[in-house]
Design a protein around this ligand. Structure first.
Ligand code: NDP
Length: 332
């Protein structure tokens, strides 16, 4: 089959493209400009015309993906703004919603062979900050950020605006699927990963040009952190494990209509410094600081095990070792 991957040049998406090609799928990657094609073409040159690239300059335009969806059997929608720089919350919320709806509309109207659409949402759409440690599941929705946005507007934090965009984008997708269910030839699967870490294979010119999650990871290793930061955390999944899940979500019939958390487990930043191979080049934090840290946010990932068979995840040691090897190769 052939799979359309939007935002194909992104951190996670490039791994998804690779996993699809390795598993024998043909891929149509959609990117925003011709300049974004070169690295993908070079990286996957061995696959020849199994990888097609198309330019969709503005995903928020209605009909943006009308041509891109033609002839594909499934879609991985991964193009979405990921940054903390929005002034007005709508700067990030609107393109997130519109990008998703334009993809779903094109899939409905022109995706004659499309059977499955996988949307990459986030645990940002699931978790809520609390003073007590909590374990969240797919039943949880981050209502808290919507409330914060309506109260604070522009002065809300960048994280709050990003999280609100993920909630609104995912909700819009479920509403679309519900509203049009009688005329859709496909069903929707939503994956909700927490922080995604691991080695990069997309085009990255410098550490500053890394995507948000791997940039934060790099920063912890290369800049001093306060004890409070070292004891702060969340959950994570290695990008290669998430890429496997994204492909399983395409091919697993019973996953249709499901929202699925993909999480390897919790961390605080100090854990990553402790799990790293010994190197004088990087920060070590405060050895042992992770021991008495509390994992405040955890996810129940049993649904991913049950539906997708996601039971084995890479360890922190493996993720950080391979990430450092990637930095080494890049000469950072
Ligand atoms: P990247 O920033 O590496 O990739 C984002 C992709 O989306 C790029 O291809 C980018 O294109 C495209 N994009 C961004 N804004 C727009 C826009 N306005 N119009 C069209 N395309 C746009 O991020 P990730 O790979 O990390 O993220 C991919 C998805 O995974 C996102 O939906 C993100 O929310 C989600 N996610 C990521 C997590 C993480 O920790 N990394 C955690 C949970 C979810 P361009 O290169 O042209 O800017």
């Amino acid at each position: 089959g052939k799979v359309l991957v939007s935002g194909a040049n992104g951190f996670i998406a490039t791994w998804v493209v690779r996993t699809l090609l390795e598993q024998g799928f043909a891929v149509r990657g959609a990117v925003r400009s011709v300049e974004k094609c070169g690295h993908l073409r070079d990286t996957f040159a061995a696959y020849g015309d199994k990888l097609e690239l198309v330019v969709v300059p503005d995903i928020t335009q209605e009909g943006a993906f009308d041509e891109a969806v033609e002839g594909v059997d499934a879609i991985e929608h991964m193009a979405s703004p990921v940054h903390l720089n929005a002034e007005n919350p709508d700067e990030i919320i609107v393109p997130t919603i519109k990008g998703t709806l334009s993809m779903l509309n094109s899939a409905m109207k022109h995706g004659k062979y499309v059977k499955r659409v996988v949307l990459t949402s986030s645990t940002a759409a699931v978790l809520q900050d609390d003073s007590e440690p909590k374990t969240f599941s797919e039943l949880d929705w981050n209502e808290q950020v919507l409330q914060q946005i309506s109260e604070k507007g522009s002065v809300a934090s960048g994280h709050t605006k990003y999280r609100a965009a993920k909630v609104r984008g995912e909700r819009a997708a479920w509403e679309f699927a519900e509203k049009h269910k009688d005329k859709l030839g496909w069903d929707l699967v939503v994956l909700n990963p927490p922080y995604v870490f691991g080695p990069t294979i997309h085009a990255v010119s410098s550490p500053e040009a890394l995507n948000l999650s791997t940039r934060e990871f790099y920063k912890i290793f290369t800049q001093p952190s306060t004890p409070a930061t070292l004891q702060a955390g969340n959950c994570w999944v290695d990008v290669r494990d998430l890429a496997s899940a994204q492909v399983l979500a395409l091919v697993t019939t019973s996953a249709g209509g499901e929202r699925i958390i993909i999480s390897a487990g919790p961390w605080v930043w100090q854990d990553w410094l402790d799990a790293a191979p010994d190197s004088s080049k990087y920060q070590k934090g405060i050895s042992g600081a992770g021991k008495d840290a509390v994992y405040k946010i955890q996810f129940n990932a049993s649904k991913s095990a049950r539906l997708l068979g996601m039971t084995a995840y890479r360890s922190k040691e493996e993720t950080v070792r391979d990430t450092m090897a990637d930095w080494e190769v890049r000469g950072w």
